[in-house]
Design a protein around this ligand. Structure first.
Ligand code: KIV
Ligand code: ZN
Length: 514
């Protein structure tokens, strides 16, 4: 029997810390259900003390998830731990993850504490967390740049205080695989009570080494990896779940452990996260990129036809690519639509919401005859977008593009229940449309990112547009989808404006009320 490698997903916590990737409570519920189907062992649902919104989201996830442990992050402070304990009260299996920095630079510059004070805080935090749950994780933040002797001391102390998982974060992505693996091995060998806890790693990707560092740690005794779908996360992101899982599975000759992940759910999760956050997946991304299993060179195609293993080390269908099939069409009925959406993990809250989504589905099926799972995911994202506070709505859009003429757009919006019309010229019709909207709304936001992705293949595919806006340090992502990419662009821009200008919408989780 091989050891189990625990997969701890932090897409809803560290992933959410990517600029503009804040998730609503409903979005977290959808993600949590997808992660439960993926069979992650632990899902970190957020940082309950960060804001009321974060608390509510963690609580909602804790209340519905049964087959994975639900975890909440807390600094080594009584108020954070109490908040996490409260949010997780309804969970079938809960974990509190508490952390404090241990590198010299963090202790001096950020915490202004001596190493002894840091140990004292850590021990107190773990003991307090144990009053809420038997499953307590401790992280020495910036362990990648911490002194190994000090790590041994603090980790021994927190195990004695009741920590059951010790997570070693490479917070700033500074480590190198061989050295990081050696650190894990040394810690396990040197800490006298190390057999009482599971060693975990949490690697950031600043040098593009997050997965390599995580795998090196696994080879040296780590039995939990913290990772995110699509490698989402602070700055360059975290170790990508799909890469870690498929490396361990594909190279079972090298790893003496295995995960319980249902790999066929990987692609659905990847697409869901991409569509909720507006972070597209690069085509050459391992496992989940559009080209990950595409063979272009003639010599490769020839080899694959003769024997698949000549150029393929994994089967596309094992990570969910075969799920990319037509599921519904224009003649599909309401029940078929509802049950497929439920299979994708989404529950309609009311008949009205179902009716609205079904009406959109029919409109889409008229324009695009084959409806895939990806189309349904996008459609649900759109339905959720439209049920959020909307001060600005698109009423109509007319664009003109002609060779030799300057492109222009005429846009009518409803802003706080009043109809306004404006027009603009632009470098192209998308540019003209966004300029016309901006003239009407006068948000003064700067456009940080504009990207279009096709949801499925073919020229009749929906285009999914992401727009990132920044104003006074606040960053939001807007999403819009349509078979017409100019309309999708207008929807995405308006969605971003609604988030930016809505005083109730959630801030970056760690910039808000902490
Ligand atoms: O990167 C980091 O150090 C973290 C900790 C909270 C584990 O995210
Ligand atoms: Zn992190």
């Amino acid at each position: 029997m091989k050891d189990q490698l625990i997969i701890f997903d932090t897409t809803m916590r560290d992933g959410e810390q990517s600029p503009g990737a804040s998730m609503t409570k409903d979005e977290k519920i959808r993600i949590a259900r997808a992660l439960e189907r993926l069979k992650v062992n632990v899902m970190e649902a957020g940082f309950p003390a960060a804001s009321v919104g974060d608390f509510e989201a963690v609580k909602a996830v804790a209340d519905i998830i049964k087959d994975s442990t639900v975890c909440g992050l807390a600094r080594a402070l009584d108020k954070d731990i109490d908040r996490a304990g409260e949010a997780l009260k309804g969970a079938k299996q809960s974990r509190i993850h508490t952390f404090i920095a241990t590198s010299p630079i963090h202790m001096q510059m950020k915490l202004n504490m001596t190493p002894e004070q840091v140990i004292e805080h850590a021990v107190k935090a773990v003991k307090r967390a144990r009053q809420y749950t038997d499953d307590v994780e401790f992280s020495p933040e910036d362990a990648g740049r911490s002194d190994e002797d000090f790590l041994c001391r603090i980790l021994e102390a927190v195990i004695n205080a009741g920590a059951t998982t010790l997570n070693i974060p490479d917070t700033v992505g500074y480590s190198i695989p061989q050295q990081f693996g050696a650190t894990i091995k040394n810690l396990i060998e040197r800490i006298p009570n190390s057999d009482k806890a599971i060693f975990s790693v949490h690697c950031h990707n600043d040098l593009g080494l997050a997965v390599a560092n995580s795998l090196s740690a696994v080879m040296n005794g780590a039995r939990q990896v913290e990772c995110t779908i699509n490698g989402l996360g602070e700055r360059a992101g975290n170790a990508s779940l799909e890469e870690v899982v498929m490396a361990v599975r594909t190279r079972h000759d090298v790893f003496d452990c295995q995960t319980r992940i249902d790999t066929r759910e990987i692609l659905t999760c990847s697409k869901l996260i991409s569509s909720i956050t507006g972070f597209p997946v690069q085509p050459n991304k391992a496992i989940v990129g559009a080209n990950a299993f595409a063979h272009e060179a003639g010599i490769h195609q020839d080899g694959i036809l003769k024997s698949r293993e000549t150029y393929e080390i994994m089967r596309a269908e094992d990570v969910g690519w075969s799920a990319n099939r037509m599921v519904l069409g224009k003649h599909s009925g309401r029940n078929a639509f509802k049950s497929r959406i439920q299979e994708l993990g989404f529950e309609f809250e009311s008949e009205a919401e179902l009716n609205d989504a079904f009406a959109r589905f029919k409109q889409l099926a008229d324009k695009k005859h084959e409806i895939f799972d990806e189309d349904l995911q996008t459609l649900i994202s759109e339905t959720t977008i439209e049920t959020e506070d909307e001060h600005i709505k698109l009423v109509s859009l007319k664009v003109c593009s002609e060779t030799g003429e300057v492109p222009n757009a005429v846009v009518t919006l409803r802003v706080n229940n009043q109809e306004v019309t404006g027009n603009s010229i632009g470098g192209g019709v998308v540019d003209a449309t966004l300029k016309a909207i901006e003239q009407l709304v006068k948000s003064d936001a700067s456009l940080e990112l504009y990207s279009v992705n096709n949801v499925t293949n073919g020229t009749d595919a929906q285009g999914e547009v992401t727009v990132r806006l920044e104003k006074a340090g606040r960053i939001v992502n807007g999403l819009g989808a349509d078979t017409d990419i100019v309309i999708a662009s207008a929807k995405a821009y308006i969605n971003a404006l609604n988030k930016l200008l809505n005083p109730n919408s959630r801030q970056h989780p760690q910039k808000s009320e902490v």
